[in-house]
Design a protein around this ligand. Sequence first.
Ligand code: PEP
Ligand code: MN
Length: 266
Amino acid sequence: QLASREFQAETRTIKIGDLTIGGNTKNTILIGGPCSVESLDQIQESARLIKSQGLTTLRGGCYKPRTSPYSFQGLGLEGLKLLAQMREEHGLKVITEVRDATHVDEVIEHSDIIQIGAKAMYDQGILRACAKINKPVLLKRGFGTTLQEFVQAAEFILSGGNHQVILCERGIRTFETKTRFTLDLCGVAYLQEHTNLPIILDPSHALGYRYGIEKLAKACVAMGIDGLLIEAHPDPSVAKSDAAQQLTHEQFIELKSAISPVAASV
Ligand code: PEP
Ligand code: MN
């Protein structure tokens, strides 16, 4: 299988312009930004934060996979255009998620890394569309997905011709209800041992609360992972999605300096 260490011993290297993910670089890329793109002002502030921290990649969802149809669903194409504007104005790379196959082409066109969300990772229309492109794909693990199913979903993209797949652990559902999900670091150790794909961890969605994100980020980096995905919002109290887990910009800056000593480079 293409994702296995038997097929290729070395971790794959993914290059986006001057940015390298995985391989032997031992880089830990820190991707930050809000859960959802909400307005020009909001995403401008987020882009300025990322730029001011010397980082390269801004996240922000435009098609949000909400559990209720009455919650904010994202700005859609208007949000993608705001991200494209941030890419132009600040020279940043952008990552945004695809929720279903109807807008997969739009997302592919407007982003530098395509995020396939935890709830979307079984959608074969999305997997097959992402197999045909020449852009990196961040594939999130579903919260009820076994490691085997997760790697098999990645194989759909790899075997279809796109070799630029990044795995993302974002927490799985266990019996525990005090935290939103459970970050599966054992699963990460398994994926590091058996697969050749770069791994990015998302402690924000796993814990679901701001308070422990910095400590979790340090634990993740100590495992020698390839990157972190962290949600931060200029004013989390008014965030339209995932308000409880998004860091303030001050907390994001603190997190970055807290992981710097454990990371080879951030
Ligand atoms: C997100 O990144 O905002 C998101 C919805 O993530 P997940 O698909 O992991 O729930
Ligand atoms: Mn979110």
